[in-house]
Design a protein around this ligand. Structure first.
Ligand SMILES: [Zn+2]
Length: 475
């Protein structure tokens, strides 16, 4: 099937890729065993069986790409990542939560410059692209201007969010003076400056770091501002039992954050609730009824938070997607690894809570949905990304499965979740442009970014006075 011919304003010659396994992730879950796709400008112009497409678009034969049985997928959407924490990878491994936050992460973030944020996002972006991510949702970090500059260069798509807090204990000195109005106005200014820039690849969202760092006034004003600007809100929700207790004590509700957000009307379709681990049945129902999206970050949850009721949320119809969280709470920014972990952890949780195993829980096709179309819904962009469909943006990845990691391919869909490694991702296209081609990052010098990042992170740790104790007997 094909859309009307591309208009004369389309800026490049259409590109035809054929002879691949096309996993569309469309509403009918169609997989073309031998499929082809035509990209025109920044959009998908046609998709179907190779024979049909090659016949209908024979004039594009020159320069067409034979996929030789490789797998074509929509680009993955990472719905919770702290790009400005990438330079802090390894600064908070195996420490308790309060040390993690008060002695490592907050001093690190509070000491960042805009240039640090730029370099951090470049480094993070390289890892995201290598793991097949074409769109990410920043969880709320420092210096959105630096992030935006990096995203523009990387060629990736992003919903950027500023870390936003107007209250709470233990905050670094230079953050304590942020008033509620400053929080709202500075984000409105970022929206005015960066929203819909970089050929429409950048969107600006509102951030709420977490409920213990937000006054009621900030929660409500954020809701209104996001509604006014028709954008999303990204917030850490129900992360630890202490948070639940804190909300019950201070906000006088029967359970935790989700119960309170429901009470004040903040649960809604444009809220992306990261983690959502400590929920009761009523709260799962609130999330489902309100259309609130949930970002599940399996690795980070296992290290810092606990088992989220993912199977129950999916059963209740909650849109659950996948995120990596930041480098100091996961270390690997690979959505490929998160897919593998999401399935295993949620199968393991069944044995833990029911006393008997359930290998059918959270199966491969559901995990693949979480990483693609559910991700697109979570970032409010599913009208344009998340699946391979005519008219949607050409955000897609080529997987080369013919290596020791994936052969033999008896079940292509499960192999993508249970066998694929980041190294199997060969090429990545975003907005109709290759951003990784044959495993080479296209728009920047990867080696240069790595040396810049090593230098910047050393200076940053010195400024933040963070010392990492040796774990073993170094000589
Ligand atoms: Zn986070």
């Amino acid at each position: 099937m094909a859309a009307p011919p591309p208009s004369s304003s389309s800026f490049s010659t259409p590109l035809l890729l054929y002879n691949g396994v096309l996993v569309t992730m469309d509403p009918h879950s169609r997989v073309f065993r031998n499929g082809a796709i035509v990209v025109s400008g920044d959009r998908i112009h046609a998709i179907g069986h190779s024979d049909d497409i090659l016949r209908d678009f024979s004039h594009l034969a020159d320069g067409s790409i034979d996929l030789c049985g490789r797998i074509l997928l929509p680009g993955f959407v990472n719905t919770h990542v702290h790009t400005s924490q990438q330079l802090g990878r390894g600064i908070a491994d195996d420490v308790d939560l309060m040390t993690w936050l008060h002695e490592r992460i907050w001093p690190y973030e509070a000491s960042m410059t805009e240039e640090d944020s730029y370099v951090s996002t470049l480094l993070c972006g390289i890892e995201l692209i290598r793991s097949g991510v074409t769109c990410f949702a920043e969880a709320g970090g420092q210096h959105v201007g630096g992030m935006a500059k990096a995203v523009e260069l990387l060629g990736i798509r992003a919903c950027l969010t500023q870390s936003t807090m107007d209250s709470g204990e233990g905050l670094p000195v230079n953050w304590r003076s942020h008033s509620t109005d400053y929080c709202i106005q500075s984000q409105k200014e970022l929206h005015r400056k960066h929203h819909n820039t970089a050929d429409g690849r950048i969107r600006i969202w509102f951030g709420l770091r977490q409920i213990m760092n937000a006054t009621d006034e900030l929660l409500l004003k954020t809701k209104d501002a996001a509604e006014e600007l028709k954008t999303g809100i990204h917030m850490h929700v129900a992360e630890i039992p202490y948070e639940t207790q804190h909300v019950m004590n201070t906000r006088k509700v029967e359970h935790g954050t989700v119960t309170y957000l429901e009470k004040i009307g903040l649960l809604r379709e444009n809220l992306l609730a990261a983690h959502s681990v400590w929920l009761n049945d009523a709260e799962i129902c609130f999330l489902s009824k309100s259309g609130t999206k949930v970002s599940h970050c399996p690795a980070s949850a296992m290290r810092m938070l606990g088992f989220a009721p993912i199977r129950e949320m999916l059963d209740a119809g909650v849109c659950v997607s996948l995120g990596t969280d930041g480098a100091p709470s996961n270390n690997r920014m690979s959505i490929v690894d998160e897919m593998y972990l999401a399935s295993l952890i949620n199968k393991g949780r069944e044995a833990y809570i029911n006393g008997t195993t359930n290998p059918t829980a959270v199966p491969a096709e559901v995990v693949l949905k979480m990483a693609t179309i559910n991700g697109a819904k979570s970032v409010l962009w599913d009208n344009e990304i998340g699946s391979l469909e005519v008219g949607k943006k050409a955000d897609m990845i080529i997987v080369n499965p013919f290596s020791w990691t994936m052969v033999p391919l008896h079940d292509c869909i499960s192999s993508l979740v249970y066998c694929m490694r980041t190294e199997n991702i060969e090429s990545v296209m975003c907005n109709g442009q290759w951003i990784m081609k044959d495993r080479k990052i296209v728009n920047l010098d990867e080696g240069e970014v790595i040396s810049l990042a090593m230098q910047a992170s050393n200076y940053l740790l010195k400024r933040a006075r963070i010392k990492i104790p040796n774990k073993m007997n170094f000589l």
